[in-house]
Design a protein around this ligand. Structure first.
Ligand SMILES: Nc1ncnc2c1ncn2[C@@H]1O[C@H](COP(=O)(O)OP(=O)(O)OP(=O)(O)O)[C@@H](O)[C@H]1O
Length: 237
């Protein structure tokens, strides 16, 4: 459903990633892994239209998606859950959802089906929620927009592993039940591979390893090498 080919992007005059070929099918989760500074967030922001495309193409359902236009990407069904959540902290849970509703789309209450824990927090400001609840709200605010493609950046940041595991199960449910193509940027490699269909490792702006998530989960050696590069040869005496 979402694919990019030969994609290059970056910040200002700096190219951060290049030659990226990725496809995420409807109903599947692609875990985008890699060390700090590899370019994962920059790639997500580019797919969301928040940073310009410097080369290559992005397409959605086979149709080209013009780069550098967040409103165009969003209207086409690409929705970003940013790593800092970007909630309206002084608005209530319900109000945060209401500002994201679409004409003819679901009402805020419909989100309780998949996020039942938000019900007891319905009328309090988003800024007063726990980190896990805020992340639920950020996901619910994305889901209410009926995304075709969900771009999720470091859902786990600052959260306890048990909370992260529950959130990841919800992400998988969103892919399964809503048919979204999900691109999940994550540092918790094991948790991400546990819910992903496919995975790719980005290092220094290039995809250095990709394949079925279950296959990569069982091959820590290849993953480690993709993260850190080939070991230096031992110095000869
Ligand atoms: N606002 C910015 N202005 C200029 N360069 C930036 C900016 N943000 C990030 N960069 C640079 O872009 C490169 C890729 O950063 P990016 O945040 O995309 O990596 P990442 O893989 O998401 O890493 P992390 O896991 O640490 O968030 C890095 O070299 C970083 O220094």
């Amino acid at each position: 459903m979402l694919s990019c080919s030969g994609l290059a992007g970056g910040r200002g005059a700096t190219t951060v990633f290049r030659d990226i070929d990725l496809t995420v099918d409807a109903g599947s989760v692609l875990a985008l892994l890699g060390p700090n500074g590899a370019g994962k967030t920059t790639l997500l922001l580019t797919l969301a239209g928040l940073l310009p495309v410097k080369g290559g193409t992005v397409s959605l359902d086979g149709k080209p998606l013009r780069g550098g236009r967040p409103n165009v990407a969003n209207a086409a069904g690409v929705v970003l859950v940013p790593d800092n959540r970007c909630l309206f902290n002084t608005l209530t849970v319900e109000e945060n959802l209401r500002v994201a509703t679409r004409r003819g789309g679901p009402e805020p209450k419909a989100m309780l089906e998949i996020f039942p824990d938000l019900e007891k927090r319905w009328s309090i400001p988003a800024g007063a929620l726990s980190g896990g609840e805020q992340q639920m709200l950020a996901l619910a605010r994305a889901l209410i927009q009926q995304p075709k493609v969900l771009l999720v950046d470091e859902l786990s940041m600052g959260l306890a592993p048990l909370v992260v595991a529950a959130l990841f199960r919800t992400v998988r449910r969103i892919a399964d039940e809503h048919g979204c193509a999900v691109l999940l940027v994550e540092q918790h490699v094991d948790l991400a591979l546990g819910v992903a269909t496919q995975a790719a490792v980005l290092r220094r702006g290039e995809v250095v390893l990709s394949g079925p998530a279950a296959e990569l989960a069982g091959d820590s050696g290849r993953l480690e090498q993709a993260y850190f590069g080939a070991p230096e040869p031992a110095p000869s005496r």
